[in-house]
Design a protein around this ligand. Structure first.
Ligand SMILES: *Cc1c(COP(=O)(O)O)cnc(C)c1O
Length: 235
């Protein structure tokens, strides 16, 4: 791998880390409050190794096949794998085989299939309920269940074996100021933690809006292009 790529990633990663630290300070939180998940989808395994050498441990993928392939090639590294894409229920068991954290649980069925897979592969998987932040409600845009449908999914995760209910995740709609959307996600989070105090993770914020997400109370930001550059176009 050319040194140029290392320098590019190193510089961008340092910049993102600094922006996270600053956003934490502005929000009155210590820097350890927020976990940076670098979303590595479409990028080659060599980039993931560079990230690891630069201290990144939490890496995110959104497709099972890519996760499987990359995890298979990086078994020598203790990466914490985050799955951020939609989970198809017929593939959920396999997602549970590779992912340490699944951000995108959006049905009871997927919750149970993840639990089954975690049993089969003898693992424990941290899970977040994906909540729709679209003003028009679930189904209109970027995935997730509506605020009112969080509870059954949370209950399924909480009562199933080998999966741990950890919190909520949201993707801000494109047509709205992200601050408002993330404020709604935090409200959902507050309701969830009143029933499940251990489920306080809030996964929110991407390259363009992670500072707004941290200001609202995110504990996990999912950042791809700000660290790795514009994604190569998929063929
Ligand atoms: C790709 C992706 C990200 C990262 O997006 P960037 O804009 O590149 O930071 C975050 N979350 C999810 C769910 C994604 O699919």
């Amino acid at each position: 791998m050319p040194d140029g790529r290392r320098q590019e990633i190193s510089g961008r990663l340092a910049d993102v880390r600094q922006r996270i630290d600053r956003a934490c300070a502005d929000a009155g939180k210590d820097a350890g409050h927020v976990t940076l998940v670098v979303v590595t989808k479409t990028w080659p395994v060599s980039d993931l190794r560079l990230l690891y050498e630069l201290g990144a441990r939490d890496l995110g993928e959104n497709r099972l096949r890519e996760l499987e392939e990359k995890a298979g090639q990086l078994t020598d590294l203790d990466i914490r794998w985050h799955f951020v894409g939609q989970v198809q229920s017929n593939k959920a068991a396999k997602v549970a085989r590779y992912a340490d954290v699944v951000h995108s649980v959006d049905s009871e069925r997927v919750a149970l299939k993840l639990s089954g897979g975690a049993h089969r592969f003898d693992r424990t998987v941290d899970c977040l309920v994906q909540v729709s932040l679209d003003a028009a409600g679930a189904g209109s845009g970027r995935g997730g269940v509506s605020h009112d449908d969080v509870d059954p999914v949370a209950r399924a995760l909480d009562s199933a074996g080998q999966v741990r209910l950890r919190g909520v995740m949201g993707v801000a709609p494109l047509d709205e100021d992200p601050g408002g959307a993330y404020a709604r996600l935090l409200e959902t989070s507050r309701q969830l933690t009143s029933a499940y105090p251990h489920a306080g993770w809030v996964s929110a914020g991407m390259s363009d809006d992670f500072e707004a997400a941290i200001a609202a109370g995110a504990t996990h930001v999912r950042v791809g292009s700000a660290v790795l550059g514009a994604r190569p176009v998929l063929g």
